[in-house]
Structure formats: C-alpha cells, structure tokens
Design a binder for this molecule. Structure first.
Ligand code: IFM
Length: 393
C-alpha cells in the first residue's frame, strides 16, 4: 500500500543513556527514598535513580545492530540538552560529536533518524533559573535547537522539538508529581505558553537555517469516547478539544508533521475514565488499539503527514506486546484506507528503560535489559513486529 513507510522504535536520552546530570537526576536522588516508601517497599530506592540506565550512551552501536536485525528502517532518540549545554551559553563540541556519531551509526544501518530536541530534562543551570517558566526559556531553547540542528542538520531530516508538552506540564505544574512539583493552574498554562513559544522560535530559526528540514512536536493524544447521550458526547468533545487540540491548534502554522503518541483511551460516562479495562498493562493502563483509529481520523482535518512517534506498553512477561502491536497496526491501516496520511510507526520502546517517577520496574522494551549485566535480550514480540514490517502495508 505504501512504499517508504518508516518502521522502528523510539527512546529518550535520560531514560536510556546513563550518567546524565540534569534537573531529573538531581530530583531522583532527593526523592528516591520517598518514592520507595510510597511503594510500601515494593521497589528499593535504587529503582528510582536513573544511574547507569541502559548504558546506551556507550552501547548504541550494539543497540542499533539489534534494531536493524529486527527489520527497522527508522529510529527516534533524543539529544540531551544538559550534555550539549552544561553551562549557560557554553556548548560542548565533544557531546555534539557524540550525537553526530549516533546519527552516522543509524544512517550506516539504513535507519532514518528522528531527533527529539527536548524530552523533558533540563540543564541544572536552567532549572535553577525557573526552567520552562524562566522568561528566557523560549530564547534559550531556540538557541540550543538552532545550534544542534545547524551542527547535525546535514544528516537529519526529521526533528521533533518537544516531546509531549501536555504530559510534562500536567505532571510538573498541575499534579506536582515531577520536578519542580507545582500544583497550580496558572503556572500550568504559563508553562504551556512558554513551551509553545519555545517551539515556535525554534521552528523559525531552524527553518531559516535549513528550509528543507521537517519539524514537528510529539503530543500525547487520548481517545475520548462518549458513553452515550448528549451530556457525555458534549463532555467527550470538550475533552478532545482541550487535551488533543489545544497545543496543536496553536502551532499548526509551525509544524510540518504531526507526531502522535498513543497510550490512552478515556471513556466519558458521567465521569472520566469509565473504561472497561478488559486488558491492562503492568502499569494498569488499558490496552485499547481501536482508539488509535479514531484519533487518526480526527487528525485528517490538519492535512499534515502523521508519524506515530510512540505507542507501547509496560509488559514484563511479553504476554500482550505481540497482539498489541498487531492490532494497533491493523487500526492504523484501517485509518489510512480512510484517508489518514500516516507515514511511520515507531514503537515505544526499543529498550526497557527508566520510566520517570516509576523508575525501572515498568518494562517497555522490544528488547529486555538485564540491569545487572547490561545484557540485551530480544523479546519474542519484537520478532512478531519484524514479521509485520516484512509483510509491509
Ligand atoms: O516513557 C514515556 C516517554 O518518555 C514519553 N511517552 C510515554 C512513555 C511511557 O510512559
């Protein structure tokens, strides 16, 4: 059906690289004991400290060999701002070179790179100035984005400026779960506004440098389903507008493609999350492939190419991952037959990794990591995904 469709998986710097020094690594050390206590001792404090993570910083060649062996022809990863600009205005050329080598390693294996510029972690100097709420945040982000895209742009076509702005501001500024642990509606909107400005400024300067580059944002879309009747239908419509389209509508002129991350279905039935939860992941998230189909149809109105930049589940036993992938791709195909311009599917994640305030226990990888030995082991579902890729669309 489609040639040149991009198939692969995604990761993010802080979740896989190891030994980062940023606002998150500082926060983890301050909060690991508390998080462990709140798990009733189920997970030790070490679970909550990213530490060596997957040592992907040093083992990326091995990891890309695996991705290639699994039939992938694309890969999404993020560059770590705190490595590239460890001090304000001082850019570390060795770290830029490191990411250049990563990109070359991908290209050498026939994997199209999708480079995320900001996947939530901030250099400590910027966090101290107020993070995304600092007046200078948009400027600083645009300067960093421009520097990186200028240095690496020769080898990169797809850039994702920001990962999931809505999840970041929700957890960091509304629910108080992530650094800087704020619970304030005004700050929530202020943060969202500042991130939007940052994206827009970055888009403009990156395009100015290279008009052929393809720039988007990855957003975390939820499928809001009405439980029936006018009240639920209205609430589902409002939730859809406010969650899925708030950011996208405001950046529509500065986005070349839509990055869709899909994990959540939310059935509105005189209340939110009235889901049937027939099958859930290890984290208790409902597995609902049909939601992807509805979201994709809803995105046709934007008339922009769509890349599914994340879709996955925590499944340590690998019990559900194979059918999960198969079903999501089936629904993706159905939406494509009905006009959705989908051009790629990137599974979350290539590797097991550090799942933020949950730590290491959730296992999202197509590839299992033994955190003691750093051994990689391909999960059976990854081979099923390979078969799907080989069959094509
Ligand atoms: O691990 C995260 C990722 O960093 C952003 N999207 C959702 C994933 C699973 O929670």
């Amino acid at each position: 059906m489609k040639e040149n469709f991009l198939w692969g998986a995604a990761t993010a710097s802080h979740q896989v690289e190891g030994h980062n020094h940023n606002d998150w690594s500082v926060w983890e050390k301050e909060n690991a004991e508390r998080l462990s206590r709140e798990s009733d001792g189920k997970y030790p404090p070490e679970n909550y400290i990213s530490g060596q993570a997957c040592d992907h910083y040093n083992r990326y060649e091995e990891d890309f060999d695996i991705a290639k062996s699994l039939g992938h022809n694309a890969h999404r990863f993020s560059v770590e701002w705190s490595r590239i600009e460890p001090e304000e205005g001082k850019f570390d050329e060795r770290e830029i070179e490191h990411y250049r080598n990563i990109i070359k390693a991908l290209r050498a294996r026939g994997l199209e790179p999708f480079v995320t510029l900001w996947h939530w972690t901030l250099p400590v100097w910027l966090a101290k100035k107020g993070g995304v709420l600092a007046d200078e945040f948009p400027e600083r982000f645009a300067r960093y984005a421009d520097r990186v895209s200028d240095a690496l742009g020769e080898h990169v076509r797809f850039w994702i400026t920001i990962n999931e702005p809505e999840i970041y501001v929700l957890n960091s500024y509304m629910r108080g779960l992530w650094p800087p642990e704020k619970k304030n509606l005004v700050l929530f909107y202020k943060a969202l506004w500042s991130i939007r400005r940052a994206h827009q400024k970055a888009y403009q300067s990156m395009k100015h440098t290279n008009q052929f580059t393809f720039i988007g944002v990855s957003s975390n879309f939820s499928y809001f389903e009405s439980g029936g009747g006018i009240v639920n239908a209205l609430c589902a419509w409002l939730a859809d507008k406010n969650w899925n389209f708030y950011f996208l509508n405001r950046i529509r002129k500065t986005t070349d493609f839509i990055g869709l991350n899909y994990y959540f279905h939310n059935r509105i039935n005189y209340g939110i999350n009235k889901n049937e939860n027939k099958v859930v992941s290890d984290m208790g998230w409902e597995l609902y492939p049909e939601g992807l189909y509805h979201l994709l149809l809803g995105l046709r109105q934007f008339q922009k190419p769509i890349y599914i930049t994340e879709n996955g589940l925590a499944d340590a036993g690998d019990t559900h991952r194979a059918w999960f992938i198969e079903e999501h791709i089936r629904y993706m195909k159905k939406a494509m037959e009905e006009g959705a311009d989908v051009r790629g599917y990137l599974h979350w994640s290539l590797l097991d990794n550090f799942e933020w305030d949950k730590g290491f226990w959730p296992r999202f990888g197509l590839v299992e990591i033994d955190y003691q030995t750093m051994k990689r082991k391909i999960r059976p579902s990854a081979l099923e995904y390979k078969k799907i890729i080989e069959e094509g669309l």
